[in-house]
Design a protein around this ligand. Structure first.
Ligand SMILES: N[C@@H](CCC(=O)N[C@@H](CS)C(=O)NCC(=O)O)C(=O)O
Length: 164
């Protein structure tokens, strides 16, 4: 059975869990990262030298990087559906998944960590406001795309439709 290493409250683990749920794919999840630790053990570093979650093991095949995992699982279990047969639908999705990692996350990171992971008394309001403004700016690209497309993957629901 597919094994997913990673705590449920990680946004990157959630991408993988969401993908599995969409496909009704059975899996076993092992808590790792954050308060659970594990990611600094030699056993885990052997699977993922970055010491981050998620990581999957699929019949001896090990993979990390959440977007790569989503693409792998969708291609393996949902060809023609979540893993579209249409090259351009897949490319649209790939584009937004890459954008999410390269543009959206760097913009929203300070805001997310401040609001979700930091006690109110320890927050840095100035840095969070700067992040809010930056995030609103980069999200304009999403608004623009979705003004003429149903999903981030184009006109149909596909693997990257939930990117970001
Ligand atoms: N680009 C990586 C980022 C992975 C990442 O940063 N994961 C965070 C959780 S969202 C992590 O492992 N943080 C350390 C920890 O949880 O101990 C991916 O998409 O998988």
């Amino acid at each position: 059975m597919l094994v997913i290493w990673g705590r449920k409250n990680s946004v990157n683990v959630q991408k993988v869990l969401w993908c599995c749920e969409e496909m009704n794919l059975a899996y076993r999840r092992i808590d790792a990262g954050g308060a659970f630790g594990v990611v600094d053990t030699a056993e885990y570093r052997n699977l993922n030298p970055n010491g981050l979650v998620p990581t999957i093991e699929d019949d001896g095949f090990v993979l990390w990087e959440s977007n790569a995992i989503v693409r792998y699982l969708a291609a393996k279990h949902s060809a023609g559906d979540l893993w579209s047969d249409d090259l351009r639908t897949r490319a649209n999705g790939d584009r937004w998944m890459d954008w999410s990692t390269s543009t959206f996350w760097p913009a929203i990171r300070t805001l997310f960590l401040g609001l979700v992971r930091t006690a109110p008394e320890n927050r840095d309001p100035k840095a969070m406001e700067e992040a809010r403004v930056k995030t609103a700016g980069v999200l304009a690209a999403v608004d623009g795309y979705l003004s003429s497309h149903e999903f981030l993957s184009g006109e149909r629901w596909a693997a990257a439709s939930g990117a970001g």
